[in-house]
Design a protein around this ligand. Structure first.
Ligand SMILES: Cc1cc2nc3c(=O)[nH]c(=O)nc-3n(C[C@H](O)[C@H](O)[C@H](O)COP(=O)(O)O)c2cc1C
Length: 148
């Protein structure tokens, strides 16, 4: 089984999740947005939060979307305004995920993302794991061990 963890991270929580998958033999690819979020938290909420609310697709830096060699794909995404982060929307619009063993790992401030889960469940047959701020609560990474 070839497996890959593909993720976006703005403020480092996704990096902790990435470390877990790297240690567990996954290939790693990181999505980068062409535009960074503003510096202040308030402006981040205004810009990123609003755009995510509209399911906006961010423009991404060059990325290899070819995952045909992989049997298992794990997507890691922050939650913005209850929804998937804008770079994740772009990623999902370009990846061919059919016939993959698929898991989503959603990291957020509150550790719950019902709106994002609803959207994922509409389109994909996937396991979904929610994590509250993995940078701060490393013990929650234990939840990832259900992925077999
Ligand atoms: C623009 C923006 C919107 C956010 N909206 C939410 C939210 O609606 N609910 C929540 O629990 N956390 C929210 N957060 C917090 C992030 O989801 C959380 O810090 C996550 O772990 C960030 O992942 P990262 O550090 O890999 O970027 C938001 C963060 C940003 C920057």
């Amino acid at each position: 089984m070839k497996k890959i963890f593909i993720y976006y991270s703005h403020s480092g929580n996704g990096e902790i999740v990435k470390d877990y998958f790297k240690e567990n033999g996954y290939d790693i690819r990181k999505v980068e947005s062409k535009r960074k979020l503003p510096k202040s938290f308030f402006c981040q909420m205004m810009v990123g939060g609003m755009l995510a609310g509209f399911n906006h697709k961010a423009k991404l830096k060059d990325f290899n979307y070819d995952i045909k060699d992989y049997d298992e794909v794990v997507i890691g995404s922050p939650i913005w305004n209850g929804k998937l982060a804008c770079p994740t929307n772009t990623l999902l619009s370009k990846l061919d995920l059919k016939d993959k063993k698929l898991t989503f790992v959603l990291y957020s401030g509150g550790g719950r993302a019902p709106k994002a889960i609803k959207k994922i469940n509409k389109k994909y047959k996937a396991d979904i794991i929610e994590l509250k701020e993995p940078k701060k609560y490393k013990e929650n990474l234990e939840k990832l061990t259900i992925i077999k």
